[in-house]
Design a protein around this ligand. Structure first.
Ligand code: LLP
Length: 431
């Protein structure tokens, strides 16, 4: 199957993380998000081990928690020794209330509000990944009020165009994120950051895109960033201690996606970086990477119940489920491909071509089109695979549909880590 945590048992039911998914659907009802705890931990260890082995002590991996932000994930990240990347006051709050150590948190985002900056400083956040001049001024002034020196990293755009979908391309010069090196604005903002008394510039950050399979992308962005670090050293006498290369390693959503050996790819990137540092006459900074998707994506699976099966004579068939764009908006937004299976008929032949439709009042509410499924009927359980990243975190209450619960599966048993929303939850802020 697509990933090693998926299988089919003797009843012909799909299993996930060793659990019969049809039984889980009965126990917890649908729609239902499932998470494989062991898989998340394995991925954290792969990254942490590879970063330490190839780049040495001090270099590490941060979990980009926008991919999946809930308290239990921060607890797991803490236990595994990961640092985390957060992008809003809400993510800071979730991490903090889960007991995550604030000194290991990096606060990203292209437009942090004054309230968020103040809150982050109050919480004792480790690093800001500062995006622009206005933000530097605000961080410096709140830090001054608190009488502290706040560590920051500056986000720069290296001018790299990745081969991925447009919504997640971020490294090109024309971007809402960071400051461009190519236009000469990066050196201006670096000089400005160094002039501020309550800010300590620790290094530089870039993130060029998401769902990237080619390690060469990281080598290319590292080349530009290291050239920049050498240039800053020569021009301003400042030597960066940290280079954060961002996240972005891709995951297999469908059989045609490539297999990626993250450990091997990080090894290759490290050989490249070490060579480049020695050619440029700089000491290798601490290297950080911040994967999100590749930590949690294949640790997730969503279960739905099939409702109607509608075949429009001469056109196509629609299989409607009890969830849709509210729990997984990625097809509606990016036409992202997913693999699906009728969990209670997993051994049967997939010879039914259809589109999977959600229950929202809009035609674009689809999870897939032109896919092959086992013959579906009302009451069947549909499993959509590899939904751990950017599903729960991007979910909504459109049409006042309550969010599904998140159930964590481990060797010790299954447990609810986010409760199913009720109708009262959906209306709780209405006056
Ligand atoms: N670091 C920064 C600064 C980022 O902006 C991102 C993702 C990451 C790390 C993690 O990237 P990853 O390893 O997860 O690819 N909603 C979109 C993905 C948006 C990604 C935004 N930034 C999706 O569903 O595909």
């Amino acid at each position: 199957m697509l990933h090693t945590n998926l299988d089919i048992n003797e009843k012909g039911n799909l299993t996930f993380a060793g659990y019969d998914t049809v039984e889980l659907a009965k126990e917890y009802k649908t729609p239902l998000y499932l998470l494989d705890e062991e898989r998340i931990r394995e991925k954290c260890r792969t990254y942490l081990g590879a970063m330490k082995k190839h780049f040495g002590e001090g270099s590490t991996a941060l979990y980009a928690s926008k991919a999946l932000s809930l308290k239990e994930i921060y607890r797991i990240a803490k236990e595994e020794g990961m640092s985390v990347d957060v992008v809003s006051g809400g993510e800071i709050y979730t991490a903090k209330t889960a007991g995550f150590p604030m000194e290991n948190v990096y606060f990203h985002g292209n437009n942090k509000t004054d309230d968020e900056i103040e809150y982050a400083i109050e919480c004792g956040i480790g690093y800001f990944v500062a995006d622009c001049r206005e933000e530097l001024i605000a961080i410096n002034s709140f830090a001054q009020k608190k009488n502290i020196v706040q560590k920051i990293i500056l986000r720069l755009t290296p001018g790299i165009d990745t081969h991925t979908y447009e919504a997640v391309r971020t490294g090109q010069v024309d971007s809402k994120f960071g400051t461009a090196i190519e236009t000469g604005q990066a050196i201006e903002i670096t000089e400005f950051a160094l002039s501020l008394s309550n800010i300590s510039l620790e290094g530089f950050h870039c993130h060029v895109g998401s769902q990237v399979f080619d390690g060469q992308t990281f080598c290319d962005s590292a080349d530009i960033m290291l050239d920049y670090i050498a240039f800053v050293k020569e021009k301003l006498g400042y030597e960066a201690k940290i280079l954060n290369l961002g996240g972005g390693y891709g995951v297999r959503y469908v059989e045609s996606d490539p297999h990626l050996d993250i450990e091997k790819s990080i090894g290759e990137v490290s050989v490249h970086i070490k060579k480049k540092c020695s050619e440029s006459g700089i000491d290798m900074p601490k290297i950080l990477m911040e994967p999100g998707r590749s930590i949690v994506a294949d640790a997730g699976l969503t279960l739905y119940s099939v409702g109607s099966v509608k075949t429009i004579t001469g056109y196509k068939s629609y299989v409607a489920i009890d969830g849709g764009m509210t729990d997984n908006p990625r097809y509606a937004l990016y036409k992202s491909a997913y693999s699906s299976i009728i969990a209670n008929k997993a051994k049967e032949e997939a010879d039914f071509c259809c589109a999977i439709a959600g229950k929202c009042c809009e035609s674009g509410d689809l999870i897939a089109e032109d896919i092959m499924l086992q013959k579906p009927e009302r009451g069947d359980i549909l499993a959509v695979m590899v939904t751990g990243a950017y599903n729960y975190s991007m979910s909504s209450n459109y049409n006042r549909i309550p969010r599904p619960p998140v159930v964590m599966l481990s060797k010790e048993g299954s447990r609810v880590v986010v409760k199913r929303e009720s109708y009262e939850d959906v209306a709780k802020n209405d006056i």
